[in-house]
Design a protein around this ligand. Sequence first.
Ligand code: SF4
Ligand code: SF4
Length: 114
Amino acid sequence: METLPCQGCKGLCCGPVPITEHELKKIQKKLKSMPRKIRESLEKQQRLFGTCIFYDIDKDQCGIHAARPEICRDFGYYTDLVCFRKPELAMRSRTLRKEKPIGHLSIDFTWKDF
Ligand code: SF4
Ligand code: SF4
């Protein structure tokens, strides 16, 4: 599958995202299993105002990649989640999710919740 040209964007599209209860638990589990040093260095990184609390500026990638929420996985590939750098990849239609979001990452859930 063709991928997005995310290298160099430095978290440009990573802002507050809605998460479900299940996703919150998954991220909490991921953070708990992270070596303390890595977790701490991720936590204290200086990010642009509004950038997701889990964006890894140093590595220029999502800091919780395997546990990232569904909306982050879908971004760029669906007609309602278009990436301006490669809009032609946004071809699929999204179906409604069964589980309702419980809040937004970076707003309702911050580092103190993990
Ligand atoms: S999805 Fe698009 S805007 Fe977001 S990091 Fe990737 S290329 Fe950049
Ligand atoms: S969880 Fe990862 S992919 Fe999603 S907005 Fe945050 S840094 Fe970006």
